[in-house]
Design a protein around this ligand. Sequence first.
Ligand code: NAP
Ligand code: MG
Length: 482
Amino acid sequence: MGAVETGKLLINNEWVDALSGKTFSVINPATEEVLGEVAQAGPEDVDNAVRVARRSFEQGAWKKMSARERGKLLYRLAELIERNTQELAELETKNNGKPIRETTGVDVPFVVDTFRYYAGLADKIHGETIPVSGDYFNYTLREPMGVVAQIIPWNFPLLMAAWKLGPALATGCTVILKPAEQTPLTALRLGELIIEAGFPPGVVNILPGFGDAGAALARHMDVDKVAFTGSTEVGKLVMQAASQTNLKRVSLELGGKAPNIVFADADIDAAVQGAIDGIFFNQGEVCCAGSRLLIEQKVHEQFLDKLKTRAESLRVGNPMDHSTEMGAQVSKEQYDKILGFIATGKAEGCRVIAGGAPASDRGYFIKPTVFDSEAGNSTIYREEIFGPVVAATAFKDIDQLLERADHPFYGLSAGIWTSDVKKAHRLAKAVKAGTVWVNCFNKFDAASPFGGYKQSGFGRELGHHAIELYTQVKSVWMNLQN
Ligand code: NAP
Ligand code: MG
């Protein structure tokens, strides 16, 4: 039996039960069937994992390994993942509910790309020489942060693991990864591939569990850094825990409520498709989803008509079917939360343009939903729903747009649809968001940084920017005077 079937914790390259003996059930959200039982890490397992991660950071094979050798291990891991694409994609789809065409075509290939990118970067991380005043030689060393806790969410389980592990391993850190309670299975399979690739014991430890395991990591005195992706609410708890204990470094990738802005001069059909992809990709369970649609007044009704037709034609259903475009929401909890927002939207008088109801009796399926939120001050326009629900509003001019586009506390991403290049650049500069997409949406690359403004978090993942999250700089002075 493999790690997915036995469902244990990975500590020091060994698969072990939780010390408490506790396990929890993992569900297939499309069928509501139990996929298996997984060991539930508690604070005492966290202690063990941190101990071995510390040991392998300070001594042994990993510590002695050259950056180029670390790169080779990452290349090998990417290769193993690529070879197992089909299996990983199916496992992710079963556990998360997202369509197999996305896990096969987007998630797993991006995971492979991310590990390859950081494999190549591993031996290109270096310090500088600095022309200081006086007869001194000054240089910097860029050193790995140490023992790193990485707490990830359920919306892109394998991909979030890759975004976190890639740069941390490239820099020589050791890791304790905590997957979300809803979606631990691909992390376990990844653990097997990490061992197969040849990573030494203790370098990557994987602890499925609940929020208490995450909290134990965030407050642990011997964790040097915590990288978190999830809700803004829990992000604040993580930062609080870090500040009240050892001031471990923190990076946070949190919620969003992205404006997707459509000008009348845009290619309307392309913008309609962009609005669809922006909100219905991954069932809307995307932190950078284009969940607020701002449409220039002149084309507002025309745009909503087209959007309605397109939204209603999306194929929602069995995620394992290759023609399915939208699968199931991840959990009953998330499903209920989204339906609650839909009810609130209706109660507040927002006009339902499309959807607005469950899409089946079994499994957590919701119809692609479009609301017209009129003045743009409704709950569904303001709050992150994390589901297939978009709130549209019209704007009459640039001033009204600027007033409505920025969110009071989120700033993760934004989309702009226009054929006017000057307007596009001006607005891209004006919008307060970590990523701006012009005439496209949800574009990503392992080389391009991603992260938030405002309470969408701080720190940039991907690209060489992520190296900063896992390293610190030492300044060395040499006296050259006689
Ligand atoms: P969450 O509670 O923020 O979970 C994210 C991760 O943090 C999970 O691994 C979670 O573990 C862990 N965690 C929970 N409590 C913790 C604590 N006190 N200290 C440290 N780690 C802790 O997110 P959620 O409850 O799954 O989803 C709620 C909402 O968050 C969603 O509706 C959505 O709005 C937002 N969200 C955002 C993202 C994003 O990509 N930015 C992703 C997912 C969700 P457990 O899963 O075991 O509780
Ligand atoms: Mg939670």
